[in-house]
Write a protein of this length. Structure first.
Ligand SMILES: [Zn+2]
Length: 101
């Protein structure tokens, strides 16, 4: 299901290797796309399940993004909270202590 907040989201694609691309939403990594020796791209969600496959990287990655948007609200951190990679280390450490109680 698409939400109103999801409309404003955009994925960030990080090309790690020629044949490996990682995708992140505003909160966290949500999956990756890799190319097999035949040139076919496969998109995997965060549980390593194949979501889409094809020779067009753009189409495959967009399918992965659409797949993630359907679960973003349920699985990603609530809006208003900074992504973990943008939090100062000090804050992250406090959070760790708090969750250990
Ligand atoms: Zn998300």
């Amino acid at each position: 299901m698409f939400s109103l907040t999801g409309v404003h989201l955009h994925p960030t694609w990080k090309r790690v290797e020629d044949d490996f691309v990682m995708g992140a939403c505003s909160r966290r990594l949500f999956g990756y796309v890799s190319r097999d020796p035949e040139g076919v791209w496969s998109a995997f969600d965060e549980e390593a399940r194949v979501v889409a496959a094809g020779v067009d990287l753009r189409e495959v990655s967009e399918a992965l993004w659409a797949h993630h948007l359907a679960t973003h609200d349920d699985h990603c951190a609530p809006a208003g909270e900074a992504p973990w990679w943008r939090r100062p280390i000090r804050v992250a450490r406090e959070r760790h202590v708090a969750s250990a109680r």
